[in-house]
Design a protein around this ligand. Structure first.
Ligand SMILES: [Zn+2]
Length: 286
């Protein structure tokens, strides 16, 4: 899998054909609109006018999932479900992974290229849901938002950065969240089967489980915690917020401080106690 940017190919790069997209590894299939799997997330999508329910607002895209169509007429003849390529986009949403977006000339939108295809940079899958499509069957829908100051969103991002103190950190935190969902955090979630290490809950969403990776010693200045498994916990959103905001700490024997119970551990997930000590120190529990 190749999630994220492809080295040497910037947003705005034009491609004459699906074969060129394929050869460049920007979109690694010749026919399907979505590349990816439920286990790894979606690499890329192509907007090529296949679905009447798609909406393209530039930096925001409402994208219709795959399946349930009559190949002869293009009409929807069955409900779409959150499996296969649709599940790939669900995984991208639940794990905060970036998706490459390509627009084709057949796609009916002002942003579409005049001919061929254009890579328009990285988007994140902000949400997903089922909806009744134009033909009366359920379709899987995904809201994608542009991540970076690429062609799809040039003025918005630059305006935010220059004129609004509040907006820039929001954009940066979005990007950081993406960067943070690394192979390390995915591995930790998988080791714990997406169960919270504080309460044991596993949130079962339509299309897959959801958990968050919490860094014990925070990333970034001034803490400069490492993105290593020994510094990452698998937590539910509630316990992630509580932990990040000092509601509890974790003793060296993994019992909680400020909360009943103890950390659920795995023999394959060795936690660096120096990071626990650092987090305790941040909240006066040294
Ligand atoms: Zn929890």
């Amino acid at each position: 899998m190749a999630i994220g940017e492809i080295t040497g190919i910037v947003a705005g790069t034009a491609f004459a054909s699906r074969q060129e997209l394929y050869d460049s590894r920007i979109h690694r299939t010749l026919r399907a609109g979505i590349v990816g799997s439920g286990s790894t997330g979606a690499e890329s999508i192509v907007l090529s006018g296949g679905y009447v329910d798609d909406q393209d607002l530039g930096s925001e895209i409402i994208y219709t999932g795959h399946g349930g169509r009559d190949p002869a007429t293009g009409r929807q003849i069955a409900d779409q479900v959150f499996t296969r390529q649709n599940q790939a986009l669900v995984t991208s949403c639940l794990q905060g992974l970036p998706v490459r977006v390509i627009r084709g000339s057949e796609h009916d939108a002002p942003q579409s290229p005049d001919a061929g295809y254009r890579y328009d940079g990285l988007y994140r899958v902000e949400s997903y849901w089922h909806a009744s499509g134009a033909d009366g069957f359920l379709v899987c829908r995904f809201r994608l938002l542009a991540l970076t100051s690429d062609r799809a969103q040039p003025s918005v991002v630059s305006a935010d950065r220059s004129s609004s103190v509040g907006a820039a950190p929001r954009i940066m935190s979005t990007v950081l969240r993406i960067v943070r969902d690394t192979a390390v955090s995915r591995r930790v979630k998988e080791l714990h089967h997406f169960q919270c290490q504080a309460c044991g809950i596993r949130l079962e969403c339509e299309g897959g489980p959801y958990a968050e990776a919490a860094h014990i010693r925070p990333l970034g200045a001034p803490h400069d915690g490492p993105d290593l498994m020994g510094n990452v916990l698998c937590l539910c959103p509630n316990h992630h917020v509580l932990f990040d905001n000092g509601a509890f700490g974790i003793a060296d024997d993994f019992s909680f401080i400020g909360l009943g119970g103890r950390l659920r551990t795995s023999a394959d997930h060795i936690i660096d106690r120096a990071n626990l000590d650092y987090q305790r120190g941040m909240w006066g529990r040294s």
